[in-house]
Design a protein around this ligand. Sequence first.
Ligand code: PRX
Length: 662
Amino acid sequence: MVVVFEATHEQLTAKYPAEVNERYPKGRKPWISSIEQYKTMYDQSINDPDTFWKERADELVEFFSPYHTVSSGTIDKGDIRWFDGGKINVSYNCVDRWAKKTPDAVAIIFEADEPGQAKYITYKELLDMVSKAAGTLRSFGLKKGDTVAIYMPMVPEAAVSMLACSRLGLVHNVVFAGFSANSLAERVNDSKATVVITADQGLRGGKVIQTKAIVDEALKSCPGVKNVLVFKRTGAQVNFQEGRDVWWDDALNQQTEFVEPVHVESEDPLFILYTSGSTGKPKGLVHTTAGYLLGAAMTSRYTFDLAQGDVFCCSADVGWITGHTYGVYGPLSLGVTTVIFESLPSYPDASRFWQTVDTHKITQFYTAPTAIRALRRLGDQFVTSNDLSTLRVIGSVGEPINPEAWCWYRTVVGKDSVSVVDTYWQTENGSHLLTPMPFATTTKPGSATFPMFGIVPAILDANSGEELTSTTAKGVLCIKRPWPSIARTILGDHQRYLATYMHAYKGYYFTGDGVLRDEEGYYWIGGRVDDVINVSGHRMSTAEIESAIIENEAVAESAVVGVSDDITGQTICAFVLLQSGLKESDEIKKSIIATVRAEIGPIATPKYLIILDDLPKTRSGKIIRRVLRKVAAGEEDQLGDLSTMSDPSILAGIVSKVHSAF
Ligand code: PRX
């Protein structure tokens, strides 16, 4: 297992003291205003966790009836529970509370695909929408514990749908609307969803996406789906199946009765979200109610210094965990304004993010390194033509951020006077694991710095599994104790949950990432140590792409590896062996690409598709991916031990094919 660090020594040792951020919030102190305060709170969260979490729960969330036990269960047993005995409702916490306290405060700003078409939804209006959407779902006969799939563009109605599910104790399963009909069908069936919420079409960067048509295609193989609720985004003529399909506006307008939030148990499931693991089938991670909500609220408050009056923009799609926790649940649970951004950072030009910041006076902005790198390449003028002085905190998430991109983000976007928070976490975690505290942590470009409250990181030697306790250490990142928002299981496969996360290194939660801890205790994430690749912050398994490629009848075998890329972090490189008798041609390549797009979706399109005559294999016939990874990285002089390879003479041919493809 290799952990790669690209930064130079100077970059690794550069420091940005917390004091550079003079953009204090108006009328109050930052939530955490010194590193001493962070350390005191962190120590309490570790030494007296029950008191720490009780205090946070008292401050941040409202239970209908009190819990009797703060936490129970262990990582080893995989039986983690938080706030047992409590009754709670997420939509009540995110909507009703604020609709009472600050009804006219803006809950959601919708920044539509075309500039100048923003819409504003107050907390009072949001409550009305959520209640009506919940009434509609109830009219379909759905009951607490049933699952609803959501396949929506980035519109406020996606958030309303999630909140409406949580209001009734329904479990939502949001599927990223860039996934293909096949992927959608697989996720609908695996989660046993009986209702799908979608839109007629989606709009992104001026392009129309045929959202409803994809749903129709998927539902041909989803016999369990009884109703489809269709939001009109564009009003285009789309197929409409009487009896099954219902228009969003018609249905919501018929709801006259206020729908009270259902009192659910703390550990009742809130949502399922599928993510890729190192084996073929996506995993449906199950997040439960109270712990997840508290994790979202607490980390949103401290990582971004969020409070009422702030305008927070998380550019992630609601189909990913970042969109769930920091686009919807975190900011709304704090009563702040969240911006739902429908467009692309480059549409109509590369100043779109920054114009959006100025238009809505955004105070905290959160995006991915791939966007930062792409915008940096297009030139500073798109940024500097905007004021951006409302920003206090700018965040990065989803993949390692290289120090160059980090420095550009801070200097050009943040005008050298804001805090950059590089936040490390995963779908499985529900909320941040490692992050600086703005106004408190001295940052180093490229490091996610220190653990969030309640998180006890451990670095293990990948081979021996031994914990490396010295300050300076390099190995795999694990977490030693449960925290409130950790996923509780993989839907229908608790054994896989235990095997993947809890027993890979017994007693530790295993992240799958390589990490370095420097002499000052800062954590530096190096990237995945398994067969997961990260393209523009989208996590995919090589096995999943390989099984899609194999679906093409021209293909005999395939091996997929990740190749590093200046903009997207990694890209997909697929090696393919054709069925005997077939010759390489542009048609065959196009057809293989089309198969991948149909099986998974455009995000899984290989950038490089290399047809080989032979794949490197062991004598027992296993593909040696390490060799392909090295050749694709241009490191054919560092192939290591080839003694297990059955026919090393094929290497020269592979190297020359790769050279001509790149
Ligand atoms: O490899 C790590 C990378 O993204 C993976 C998690 O992906 P996903 O579950 O899709 O969640 C993405 C957003 C939370 C991790 O295993 N990753 C995420 N954030 C960072 C990161 N790598 C380095 N630095 C980060 N800040």
